[in-house]
Design a protein around this ligand. Structure first.
Ligand code: GAP
Length: 462
C-alpha cells in the first residue's frame, strides 16, 4: 500500500531534509517548494534515470536545454496566449478566487457564500519584464511547458545532428503556471519541472507510436518502483483534450489524495511545428492557426521515403518531475512493526533513486584508527561513481540505522574493532558489516572485497 496520508509524507520530507515550503522564513510562498539536501539527490536521481532511458539507451533521441524566458510570439503561435487558461470564479463576499471545476454545490470553499461571479478564463502564464523599459510591452513569458523550446530548436537540432525520422528531442527543465489553487503538497505547484520528449514521426504512423510510447512510459515508471496496481491509464475524452492534441493518454498514479495524473502522453500532430513555421499553408498544413508572419523558418525534415520536406507529427510523453518524486516517495514509504515490538519507518526506494547509496559508520568515534579506516572506505566507495556515500558520525549505531532507514539508504557499512584488529575469530579480521535496509540482515565482508560487493549490489538492483 502507498503512504497512508499526505501528512506522514510531508512530515518525513521536512524532518529529514527532502522538501521545504518555499520562502518559509517569511511565511511561505503558496505553490512553491524547495528541495533540501536529500530531496535534491532524489530528484536528480529520478531525472538521471529518465535521461538515461531517453537519451543514452536509445540511438534516436538527442537532448536539449532551452531557455526558460520565452519570446511572446512563441506562445502566441503555440496557442497558449489564447487558450492556456482555467475557468475561474470569484467569491464576491470574501474575495477569494477558485477554479470553477473545484466549486462544490455552488458555494465558496472558504466562507460558504453562494454569491459567486460567472466563470471567466484566467491565463496561467507568468509574465516578466525584460530590459529596463517597464511599459508593459517589453515582456517575456516564463515557459508554461518545456516543449516549445524543443519545437523552436527543431531546425537547429536537425541541422547539427542530422537525425532521420522517426527521432526525438528530450528535455528536462522548469516550467511555470500561475495555478489558481495550488494544492496537495508538490502535486500542483506554480513552479515545477517537466521531463518532456517530443518524438517526431511520419504522419500515419502516429497512432502506432502513441501506443508504443504509452507502454514504454508505464514500464519506465514501474522500473522506478511504482506497483502496477497503483498505475492506471486514462484516454482523455475529446472535450478534455488540450488545444494541440489529437489524443492524450494520462498515466495516473494512486497518490495519497487519490488517483491522479502523473504523466500525459499526447499525439500533438503537426500542430506545433506547423504553427511555428513561416507560411504554414504553403506547406500544405490545415490552417489550424493564423498564418505565421513572425517566424523565419519552415520547420520540416526530409520524408524518409520521398526525401521531400515533411512536417512530421509529434508524440509527446510529458512527465512531471515533482509528481514523480511524490509518487516514488508515496510508494516507498512504509511503516513496519518489528518482531521486538518496536516500529520503524523505512523508505523502500529503488537503490538507483536513493539519495544516499551507502552510509559508512565508524562504531567508535573516539578511536582514530576506526575513524581513519571509515574515511578511507568512504573515499574508496566514492570512486565507484554510484552516487553519494555518506560518512555517518552523528550518533549511536541504532540511531544511525533508524535514520538511514527513514531516508532510504540501501546499505550501511559499519567499521568496528574487527575491521582494524585481529577479529574475534581469524576470519573476522579485516571485515566490515553490511546491513541491508529492507531485510535488516547483516553480513560480514572483507574490507578489500567491499567495493566489488557494493558495485555488484547496485548493478543487480537496476
Ligand atoms: N507539454 C505538455 C504538457 O505540459 P500537461 O499535462 O499540462 O502537458 C504535463 O503537463 C505534466 O506536467 C503533467 O502530467 C504533470 O506531471 C506536470 N504538471 C503539470 N502542471 C503541473 C503543476 N501545476 N504542478 C506540478 N506538476 C505539473
Amino acid at each position: 500500500m502507498p503512504a497512508k496520508t499526505m501528512e506522514s509524507l510531508v512530515n518525513l520530507c521536512k524532518r529529514r531534509g527532502f522538501i521545504f515550503q518555499g520562502s518559509d522564513i517569511y511565511g511561505g510562498l503558496q505553490g512553491v517548494y524547495d528541495y533540501g539536501p536529500l530531496g535534491v539527490e532524489l530528484k536528480n536521481n529520478l531525472k538521471a534515470a529518465w535521461w538515461r532511458a531517453m537519451v543514452y539507451e536509445r540511438d534516436d533521441i538527442e537532448g536539449l536545454d532551452a531557455a526558460i524566458l520565452t519570446h511572446k510570439s512563441v506562445l502566441k503561435h503555440s496557442g497558449h496566449e489564447a487558450t492556456f487558461s482555467d475557468p475561474m470564479v470569484d467569491c464576491r463576499k470574501c474575495k477569494s478566487r477558485w477554479r470553477a471545476d473545484q466549486i462544490k454545490d455552488g458555494k465558496c470553499e472558504k466562507c460558504g457564500s453562494s454569491d459567486l461571479t460567472e466563470p471567466r478564463p484566467f491565463n496561467l502564464m507568468f509574465k516578466t519584464n525584460v530590459g529596463p523599459v517597464t511599459d508593459g510591452d517589453h515582456f517575456a513569458y516564463l515557459r508554461p511547458e518545456t516543449a516549445q523550446g524543443i519545437f523552436c530548436n527543431f531546425k537547429n537540432v536537425l541541422d547539427s545532428t542530422s537525425p532521420k525520422i522517426p527521432f526525438g528531442i528530450a528535455q528536462i527543465g522548469k516550467s511555470f503556471r500561475n495555478e489558481i489553487t495550488p494544492k496537495n503538497f508538490i502535486f500542483r505547484v506554480r513552479e515545477f519541472e517537466q521531463m518532456e520528449l517530443e518524438f517526431f514521426v511520419q504522419p500515419g504512423t502516429d497512432d502506432e507510436w502513441h501506443s508504443k510510447w504509452v507502454a514504454a512510459r508505464v514500464n519506465w515508471w514501474k522500473a522506478q518502483g511504482l506497483e502496477s496496481d497503483n498505475l492506471q491509464q486514462y484516454a482523455q475524452k475529446k472535450e478534455e483534450l488540450a488545444h494541440y492534441a489529437k489524443a492524450t493518454v494520462d498515466i495516473l498514479y494512486r497518490f495519497p489524495h487519490g488517483m491522479e495524473e502523473l504523466e500525459g502522453v499526447s499525439d500533438r500532430t503537426d500542430f506545433d511545428l506547423g504553427s511555428h513555421s513561416k507560411d504554414p499553408q504553403e506547406l500544405g498544413l490545415k490552417a489550424k492557426v493564423e498564418e505565421n508572419k513572425d517566424s523565419v523558418v519552415k520547420l520540416t525534415a526530409p520524408d524518409p521515403v520521398t526525401q521531400k520536406p515533411l512536417v512530421p507529427y509529434v508524440i509527446e510523453p510529458s512527465a512531471g518531475v515533482d509528481r514523480g518524486v511524490l509518487a516514488v516517495l508515496t510508494e516507498a514509504y512504509t511503516e513496519e512493526k518489528l518482531e521486538n515490538g518496536t516500529e520503524r519507518i523505512v523508505l523502500k526506494l529503488k537503490p538507483h533513486l536513493s539519495p544516499i547509496k551507502v552510509a559508512v559508520i565508524p562504531l567508535a568515534r573516539n578511536k582514530p584508527e576506526i575513524v581513519a579506516k571509515a574515511k578511507e572506505i568512504k573515499d574508496a566507495l566514492l570512486k565507484l561513481g554510484i552516487g553519494r556515500i555518506y560518512y555517518e558520525s552523528s550518533g549511536n549505531i541504532g540511531k544511525s540505522y533508524r535514520r538511514h532507514d527513514e531516508v532510504g539508504t540501501p546499505l550501511c557499512v559499519t567499521v568496528d574493532f574487527d575491521t582494524i584488529g585481529k577479529g574475534e575469530t581469524p576470519d573476522q579480521a579485516g571485515t566490515v558489516t553490511i546491513r541491508d535496509r529492507d531485510t535488516m540482515k547483516q553480513v560480514r565482508v572483507h574490507a578489500d572485497k567491499l567495493a566489488e560487493h557494493i558495485a555488484g549490489f547496485f548493478r543487480d538492483a537496476r
